[in-house]
Design a protein around this ligand. Structure first.
Ligand SMILES: NC(=O)c1ccc[n+]([C@@H]2O[C@H](COP(=O)([O-])OP(=O)(O)OC[C@H]3O[C@@H](n4cnc5c(N)ncnc54)[C@H](O)[C@@H]3O)[C@@H](O)[C@H]2O)c1
Length: 248
């Protein structure tokens, strides 16, 4: 019960890594706000967790949705301890000039502007409570970029920069800000990273990971659990690779 009595809001929790994080946190005693734009899938995740979870429709690119989600956490559970900024989006793997402006804007809205909005809405709540924890799901793409993903890669460089900047500014107020950098994992986003889902493309991706496999939601959830628990109370600004050695 490493998160006993903690209240955690997890964005993008209807699928993939976010679903894994929400379920793992609940196993360790946390109460969970499952936040996503996919209502049906989000409700499924919340009901699979049970009483400890509530689904909230939240588009992370909209400030009003952030305010409503945080209010829901406070109304339902009384306070908010952890925000996992996991929701993410990518253009397909393609030459950088082929990504149109609307797609670029969406990548940056979901992966970067969401972090600004989470700060705007959540920092005042954490301040009033004299502490709190943000965990941003960035990527190895923001450390060791792959070709064909330029705008996605750069959005994750931004996420890492925001993590470290917020960490150093908010540390005096006991607000910790960390990130995880997962390597390619088995989620619906994988097809976009590869361009197309073929056995050859999968083999090529695996070939770049020394431990010889893709990441799983469980790998990411276990690292998230540690960074959001009190065991990590002296860690902030840490951007931890969960990557089977990809970034060595
Ligand atoms: N899968 C990988 O290979 C990989 C590797 C490194 C980092 N990541 C990052 O992990 C995070 C989770 O992605 P995933 O791989 O689990 O993919 P996923 O597609 O399974 O999950 C992403 C979730 O985010 C939600 N989402 C998208 N836009 C949203 C918005 N505007 N508001 C709220 N929710 C929104 C989607 O509905 C979905 O449920 C992302 O930030 C992604 O960039 C993924």
């Amino acid at each position: 019960m490493r998160l006993k009595d903690k209240i955690a809001l997890v964005t993008g929790a209807a699928s993939g890594f976010g679903e894994g994080i929400a379920k793992r946190f609940a196993q360790e005693g946390a109460k969970i706000l499952v936040a996503d734009i996919q209502d049906e899938a989000g409700r499924r995740v919340a009901s699979e967790i049970g009483e400890a979870a509530t689904f909230v429709h939240c588009d992370v690119t909209r400030e009003a949705d952030w305010k409503a989600a945080v209010q829901e956490a406070i109304d339902q559970f009384g306070h908010l301890d952890i925000v996992v900024n996991n929701a993410g989006y990518s253009h397909y793997n393609q030459p950088l000039l082929d990504v149109d402006e609307a797609e670029f804007d969406r990548v940056y809205a979901v992966n970067v502007k969401s972090l600004y909005l989470s700060a705007q809405v959540v920092v005042p709540v954490f301040r009033a409570q004299e502490g709190g924890c943000f965990l941003n799901i960035a990527s190895t793409a923001g450390v060791r970029p792959r070709p064909g993903l330029s705008w996605y890669n750069s959005s994750k460089f931004a996420a890492i920069g925001i993590t470290k900047s917020m960490a150093v500014e908010l540390a005096p107020e006991k607000i910790r800000v960390c990130a995880l950098n997962p390597v390619a994992g088995e989620t619906p986003l994988l097809e976009r990273f590869m361009g197309e889902d073929t056995p050859e493309k999968r083999a090529a991706f695996k070939g770049t990971i020394p431990l010889g496999r893709l990441s799983t939601p469980t790998d990411i959830a276990n690292a998230a659990l540690f960074l959001c628990s009190d065991e990590a109370e002296f860690l902030t600004g840490v951007c931890l690779e969960v990557d089977g050695g990809r970034c060595i």
